[in-house]
Design a protein around this ligand. Structure first.
Ligand SMILES: Nc1ncnc2c1ncn2[C@@H]1O[C@H](COP(=O)(O)OP(=O)(O)OP(=O)(O)O)[C@@H](O)[C@H]1O
Length: 258
């Protein structure tokens, strides 16, 4: 479990966000802040709109109402070039973020670098690829094809591809899904290392309570389209709210204990 971070500066500030699809109201009234260099976990039942929330932050989805400020800029009002500039400072690790099967690991990592960090020399690119792989402990996989890697290794390469462009904000959508407990724990630890090394501010969506325990500086729980509770892991544990306890019950939190 982590100590609370004292930082108060918000890199993302959301006020009264509303987003629905046709008659279906998904996010009804969500307000939250992501503080600088914190790991904020978003919890909620399947279908409560956690993925919709992070997609709204980068305007992959347009909010119906409310304000979303990223690095102090209201993103709903930005034109395309200004939005692209903001997006370049944000890394995503989406559930479906597959590697390119026909490219080696090195090529997979070079791809976002060449697109986002234009003007780097070949030597600088090479150095960044090595650094990113070193940070996820997989330098030896540099010339491998994705098909030669295990699921856990692919997740790590996905993470390397996210951090290689030095994002200031990282959005993780279920980073440990589909992994065994040991590998999940390694990914959770990596998320903390990345927070320290890159001074990144992150939103992490996960159902993996061991991951929550390891990475969360703060937790926000969504229910029925709004923030139901906000607090530290400790503050979420052991209360008498059945809804909250259904997430934190022993078989969930003790699952991967060594
Ligand atoms: N582009 C879209 N068009 C229509 N409906 C959508 C779209 N994206 C999401 N939804 C709907 O919004 C609701 C919330 O979806 P979302 O993926 O955000 O849930 P979630 O909380 O992330 O769930 P999970 O934990 O299962 O990943 C779902 O009912 C989903 O079907």
């Amino acid at each position: 479990m982590k100590k609370e971070t004292p930082n108060t500066e918000s890199v993302v500030a959301i006020r009264n966000l509303k987003k629905g699809f046709g008659p279906k109201e998904v996010l009804k009234d969500v307000s939250l802040d992501l503080k600088k260099q914190e790991n904020l976990v978003v919890l909620g039942k399947s279908g409560t709109g956690k993925s919709v929330l992070i997609k709204c932050i980068v305007r992959l989805l347009r909010a119906d109402a409310g304000e979303i400020s990223v690095f102090g800029e209201e993103i709903n009002g930005l034109d395309k070039p200004a939005l692209d500039d903001i997006r370049k400072r944000i890394g995503f690790l989406f559930q479906s973020a597959a590697l390119y099967d026909s490219m080696t690991v090195r090529e997979n990592l070079e791809f976002p670098l060449r697109r986002i960090r234009k003007g780097l020399s070949e030597q600088e690119i090479d150095q960044k690829v090595h650094d990113a792989l070193e940070n996820v402990g997989l330098v030896e996989a540099i010339d491998k094809m994705p098909s030669e890697l295990s699921g856990g290794m692919r997740k790590r390469i996905g993470l390397a591809r996210t951090i290689i462009v030095d994002p200031e904000i990282i959005l993780y959508d279920e980073p440990t899904t589909g992994l065994d407990p040991v590998t999940s724990n390694e990914i959770s630890i990596l998320i903390n290392e990345i927070q320290q090394k890159y001074k990144a501010s992150s939103i992490i969506i996960t159902h993996d309570m061991e991951c929550v325990r390891t990475v969360a500086d703060r937790i926000i729980m969504l229910k029925e389209g709004a923030v139901y509770k906000e607090g530290s892991f400790k503050e979420f544990q052991g209360g008498d709210d059945d809804y909250i306890n259904s997430f934190f019950k022993p078989q969930n939190t003790e699952l991967n204990k060594n």
